[in-house]
Design a protein around this ligand. Sequence first.
Ligand code: NAD
Length: 411
Amino acid sequence: MNPFVNAMRQLDRAAGILKLSDNIQDILKKPIRVLSARLSVEMDDGETREFQAFRSQYNDARGPFKGGIRYHPGVTEDEVKALSFWMTMKCAVVGLPLGGGKGGIVVDPKKMSEKELERLSRAYVQAFHKYLGPTKDVPAPDVYTNGQIMAWMLDEYEKIIGEHAPGMITGKPLELGGSRGRDTATAQGGAFVLQELMDKLGKKPKKTTVAIQGFGNAGANMAKILHDAGYTVVAVSDSRSGVCAKHGLDITRVLEHKEKTGSLSGFEGADALSNDDLLTLDVDVLIPAALENAITKDNAEKIRAGVILELANGPVTPDADEIFYKKGIICVPDILTNAGGVTVSYFEQVQNAMNYYWTDAEVREKLEKIMVDAFHAVWEKKEKHGVDMRTGAFLLAVDRVASAMRLRGLS
Ligand code: NAD
């Protein structure tokens, strides 16, 4: 269940079909560097605590490293490496001039005060600032990090270098140079991809039932966008609880309930449901939007959805992939589905460089074009090689990254 081992299995499969040279394949099997630091942070009680932090810079053949920072007690070096590899592939699938990176801190942010989180976030930048910057490596939010954390990190970075550099980080609040549409970009991009797939399958949103695991930035926004587009969202869950209603949940009211009570449980008119049960519901579309390894060979046989849309990174393991392929279940891979987030992050950097900002409509239109084009490019690869969508996406991405590496002189 090591996500980096899973990621390398995905790479090997594509590399074999592409007949990649041994040298390029070997280079793609290791990050260029993994930075690691123990961050000392003063807690509110005056004591100092240490936190393990990482930044993996995987590949920058196509442009500066790009990828989020995760705050979670389960962060490991291999998880960060896997996520930075997937970022490399994701940026290539949607054709962005960016490489792949990822960061993480082993911490439970729910147990920290606002001030402690601020000191931790500033400490991360103090530790790694030499390797960060608009033309070097550009972080963004990921699990349990948000616009406020990006703002502290930007402020710390600008204090250290003594000038403004808004393009050093994305997912910033609008007031500090964020992009319109960034908050909803991951989900919106996934919704564009789902719409293209539904068109291919000849299915209408109104006749499509959906279950979503994870109710954070990716999952909750996806629930709202699909609900507003007419899909029937029958179940949602977060780390603590889940709710389901056969005829569909009113997602606007679910969001209000979670905002008010801090929890999904107790939502009126819905039944309680465990995370495991959500995954095996009889729905048309299952959307894992929480963490890696949610669907493995142990529960894949029980999945009843016809389509799995990976909004989280790495939620389906390679063994589960094989089971789905044999059963004719379509799994739309993370490196395509959730690429809307990094795409609007890229738009944010472009706007920072121009110091001129686009409207919501401009962002949406540009995002739709990129996501729709990427969907069709992946579909074409899948058809041409007779493979699943994940392998199709990796064929496209690995080929693009390898081509940039060859142009730089590697063979
Ligand atoms: P988030 O912190 O906003 O939300 C995470 C959600 O997952 C929360 O609702 C949490 O309660 C839930 N969760 C955690 N553990 C769970 C479990 N065991 N079972 C069910 N739910 C659980 O994070 P996010 O930004 O929404 O990220 C979710 C996934 O999407 C991650 O895999 C992340 O890498 C991926 N992703 C996010 C973005 C982005 O722009 N935010 C972009 C691309 C990919």
